[in-house]
Write a protein that binds this ligand. Structure first.
Ligand code: MN
Length: 220
């Protein structure tokens, strides 16, 4: 999938960076504990699917969950950027879904192994159109919501993040060189739940373009 940045550049995302456990109420619903530093994992870029696209439920899982997230899109190469300067390297924001095979994730957690398979299937990272950061304004003052077939499943406000977008971007840049087109899924508020064959998922957010995808099960 190619992304169009707000300034018109077309880029292929190199990294899909994700933050876990970034809203206290979601940490609680998962029975997890909050961490002193952001919980980081990555998805392959082949997990991305644009709005209007189709999510494919893999045969390996019987319990795929939606996680509604604000996504920051990097516009400027950055390494070791300070928290104070971090938002300057964000070109824009979009709505995203961090789809998760919860059964496979539980197995991985039990084995103290990585979540790559549970989080990384093709189409497990729907990403909406990008709105320029200058139009969005304060990324900690946004309300985001998700409907499944018209029923609201998740609603959150980004001021409830444990680690702000600036903190997350700064932290990630202390490890990885951030490059234009890299995308950062910033964690989900509470209300995660199962998606099914035939569902239509629609995410909305303050000042952001809608993200809509349909769901089908892979043929076995
Ligand atoms: Mn997530």
């Amino acid at each position: 999938m190619t992304l169009t940045l707000p300034d018109g550049r077309e880029v292929r995302p190199g990294k899909v960076l994700c933050i876990g456990r970034n809203y206290a109420a979601h940490v609680a619903e998962m029975g997890d504990v909050s961490e002193a530093e952001p919980v980081v994992f990555l998805k392959p870029s082949t997990a991305l699917v644009p709005s209007g696209g189709e999510v494919v439920l893999p045969s390996q899982s019987d319990d795929v969950h939606h996680e509604l997230e604000l996504v920051a899109v990097i516009g400027t190469e950055a390494k070791n950027v300070s928290e104070a300067d971090a938002l300057e390297v964000v070109a824009g924001y979009a709505l995203g879904l961090d789809l998760t095979a919860r059964d496979l994730q539980a197995q991985a957690k039990a084995k103290k192994g990585p979540w790559s398979i549970a989080k990384g299937f093709d189409t497990f990272a729907p990403l909406g159109p990008i709105t320029a950061a200058s139009e969005v304004g304060d990324p900690q003052a946004l309300e985001i919501a998700l409907e499944v077939d018209g029923d609201e499943r998740q609603r959150g406000t980004t001021d409830h993040m444990v680690f702000s977008v600036a903190r997350v971007v700064s932290f990630l840049s202390s490890v990885f060189t951030l490059e234009p087109g890299d995308v950062v899924y910033t964690g989900t508020p509470e209300g995660v739940g199962r998606i099914e064959d035939g569902d239509t998922l629609r995410a909305t957010g303050t000042g952001l373009e809608d993200l809509t995808v349909t769901v089908r099960r892979a043929s076995r």
